[in-house]
Design a binder for this molecule. Structure first.
Ligand code: B12
Ligand code: SF4
Length: 532
């Protein structure tokens, strides 16, 4: 009997940018008695059906974008006589759909770290339940990933999670509803241990796969003080202290390491936090700008974000503190007008963001926007074949519409066309060359240029360009660029890199890791400084 874990995808590139973390976490959650699981990431290559044998257990993760492919994989596995189990955000939101359309024996809702072992044991006993409640486990229970099972030459960036959940409540985002608004933080020692494992095998670029790296803002602290809520204040300060501890330890790692995360714009008001990020080699962060006008921000429940000149200043602050911004903007909001597109790209250029993404408004299940839209469509939803538009992820990709929510004044084609032009304007060779001046060496500059073009190109497959000839061409180009990028991202493995001896591993003691008790960076261990 084998356990297979499958990350479904219609698009296999042979190379991927970021490791799908769930695959390696569930591998760690697989009981030792079941043996090492077989990991299949379809963004690299498709699963071979013949590898699945009767009695095997196949775990499949689905988010909304890959649910349809995930259900195909489930059907294949079931027809081969395997136990089929789904998990991931989409299965959490629609367990019945996975049971019916994906022919699941079982579905895990929520976190899989603890639940997966039980599912495997139940399948081995021939009696899995239909639905398991994985819940929202505490940060101290998050499992470290099994990186020893990864093919290191296939990925450019590894991913390590430091925190789950987000206290905000943006209307287009499901994170605060599925992962919760209470930040669940991993102990910094566990995070560092995993990163050291990754650097040993040659990864120096690591995405911190967090919902919001800045869970406590200055405003939160001020409000708790004003309300004289000591318990709340202490809780917030303790979350914040742990963040700083993590960053202090990241700063002790080899200097060639580069981290990237996701953060709210509020961090721009917190110079100490940004400085700590810079020292920790967190060189970039995705910042959800979403809209550049106050009306747009109100429409997405994000009116705490800045707009106008204050927005440009806030984003520039990140840069001044040495943290590059990947600005994320949404188009298709009801408040958007034709002039919004130019205003947005001009703001992105003026604010000096290093990368930018311009996504089309998509009602993802579990969000406030989805709930509102589903209700509006309930009476008479447009159909594509026998699928109502409110279940768009079940429509085959070739005929799936690219926009779902009707706009009060612009057609879908107009919005897509204008969005495409914004991408083109932000990613001209000239603009990229200009932005690439922020890199310290020629090699790094080359990496920057390739990455900018790859980033731009990969999005062509996610809805912006629709005709198949163009998609094929852009896929070939992305494949080639991905190979060049991979070479530039690779680092010399450091098998000799020592593990910190954390005090909490020695019975009866608490406190600093052994190497952290040294006076200076130089005493921190034999770290080799690699050129950028
Ligand atoms: C890091 C991240 C990214 C990264 C890396 C993606 C990657 N290769 O892994 C980047 C930036 C590239 C990215 C891109 C996108 N992302 Co993203 N991303 C995340 C984020 C913040 C963390 C994901 C992660 O690694 N978590 C750590 C792992 C361990 O947790 P997990 O995946 O949830 O898995 C746990 C459980 O779900 C469960 N589980 C998962 N699978 C399975 C399977 C089985 C069998 C079982 C039993 C259990 C189980 O157990 C795991 C351990 O507890 C999530 C938010 C979130 N909190 O999930 C959004 C999120 C998944 N992304 C989202 C979106 C929308 C996107 C994009 C479409 C954005 C865009 N507009 O382009 C793209 C799509 C990319 C793609 N094609 O996959 C949405 C998905 C919404 C939805 N309903 O599908 C999320 C939820 C964020 C949001 N705002 O709502 N993303
Ligand atoms: S979009 Fe970002 S800030 Fe808003 S709820 Fe989601 S994770 Fe939090």
């Amino acid at each position: 009997m084998s356990v297979h874990l499958v990350n479904p995808s219609d698009n296999s590139f042979g190379t991927a940018v970021i490791t799908p973390r769930w695959l390696f976490v569930l591998a760690a959650a697989t009981p030792v008695s079941a043996g090492d699981p077989i990991l299949v990431d379809e963004s690299l290559e498709q699963i071979t059906p013949e590898s699945i044998l009767p009695g095997d257990i196949v775990g499949i993760s689905v988010h909304t974008g890959n649910a349809l492919r995930g259900y195909q994989v489930g059907k294949i596995a079931r027809s081969r006589g395997a136990w089929v189990v789904y998990g991931g955000i989409h299965a959490t939101l629609f367990p019945e759909e996975a049971l019916e359309r994906g022919e699941a024996h079982a579905v895990v809702k929520g976190d899989g770290d603890l639940a997966w072992g039980k599912v495997v044991a139940d399948c081995l006993a021939g009696a899995p339940h239909r639905v398991y409640e994985g819940g929202r486990i505490d940060g101290s229970e998050f499992l470290p990933a099994r990186w020893d099972l990864m093919a290191p030459d296939k990925y450019m960036w590894a991913s390590v999670q430091t925190i789950r959940g987000c206290p905000k409540h943006c209307s287009f985002c499901s994170v605060w509803r599925t992962d919760g608004q209470k930040p669940r933080q991993r102990n910094h020692q566990r995070v560092i241990d995993e990163i050291i494992d990754l650097r040993r095998i040659g990864f120096r670029f690591i995405a911190l796969a967090d919902d919001n790296f800045y869970p406590v803002s200055q405003t939160d602290l001020r409000l708790a003080r004003e309300q004289n809520n000591q318990a709340k204040l202490e809780e917030l300060l303790s979350i914040r202290r742990e963040r700083f501890q993590l960053m202090e330890e990241l700063a002790r790692l080899p200097k060639d390491m580069v981290f990237f995360t996701q953060i709210t714009m509020e961090a721009g008001e917190d110079g100490n936090f940004l400085d700590a990020m810079h020292k920790a080699n967190i060189k970039g962060a995705l910042v959800g700008v979403e809209a550049v006008t106050p009306e747009g921000l109100k429409a997405v429940f994000k009116d705490w974000n800045y707009s106008g000149d204050a927005l440009a200043r806030q984003l520039q602050t990140f840069r001044q503190h040495g943290v590059h911004v990947l600005g994320s903007f949404i188009f298709g909001l009801p408040t958007d007008k034709p002039a919004t597109f130019d205003a947005t790209v001009e703001m992105a250029l003026k604010a000096g963001v290093t990368f930018a993404q311009f996504v089309m408004m998509t009602p993802f299940p579990g969000t406030v926007d989805f709930g509102r839209w589903e209700k509006e469509q309930a009476k008479d939803p447009p159909m594509v074949g026998d699928i109502p538009i409110t279940r768009y992820w079940l429509i085959p990709t070739e005929v799936r519409p690219k926009m779902f929510t009707p706009h009060p004044s612009m057609s879908s084609d107009e919005i897509r066309d204008r969005t495409q032009k914004v991408w083109d304007r932000f990613y001209t060779w000239r603009a990229i060359w200009h932005r690439s001046a922020c890199t310290p060496t020629l090699r790094a500059r080359l990496g920057f240029i390739f990455l900018s073009k790859l980033y731009r190109q990969m999005y062509a497959g996610t809805g912006i360009s629709t005709d198949s000839a163009r998609r094929k061409k852009s896929k070939r180009w992305a494949r080639w660029t991905a190979r060049q990028c991979k070479r530039l991202f690779r680092a010399r493995p450091m098998p000799e890199l020592p593990s910190p001896v954390w005090a909490d591993r020695r019975p009866g003691t608490i406190g600093q890791p052994a190497f952290a008790t040294g006076d200076s960076q130089e005493t921190a261990g034999p770290f080799v400084v690699m050129p950028d």
